[in-house]
Unconditional design. Sequence first.
Length: 218
Amino acid sequence: MSSDLLPRGVRPATPADLDEMTRILTASFLDDPVWGPSFPDRATRPQVAGAYWRFMVGEALRFSESRVLDIALDGPAEAVERGTLRAVSVWYPPGEDEISAEAHPAYDALVGDLLDAEAAAALERAGAQFAEARPSEPHAYLTLLGVAPEARGGGYGMGLLRAALARYDEAGIPTYLESSNPANDVRYERLGYRPHALVELAGGARVQTYWRAPQAAG
């Protein structure tokens, strides 16, 4: 992948980014076909989803894989009302799970506090389906990709993904993701992703999962 196609300002995510990453991901997935209904009460969804995504991002930050696109690193930048992050991507390295064994009790307690029994059970079933569909071959796993509300339409999300893929291509590491919104499928396919499995959730949503083999530079 040519370096002139990659955006400037991409850097590893750090714990200091937790608040902004949570804000961006909460907004990005608020009306998502899969993740929106996972938090059924529309009135409290921003708060409930925000607490959930904050926990999940915190787990991902155990590793150094996640990346953000920070316009503060891209030379002189215009003021952004809520911060300098344009896009965020949450990655796990090969062989790692989203939630550590030590964090499972805290995760279960959080879900129990945030959701009623029916919604919690639905979330658990969906998680089990995604885990079953995930390939056994080692890969880097993209769990979340979001763009700040004030930066949508600028190509930042796919630019951030291209930067990550260039890094994994160089290391010879395949990558995997689940496309919770079919509107994004064509974007992933343009970057070399190929359909892997179709996950059909109980609520009727159909999620295409994607696999991408490492590609040669250029």
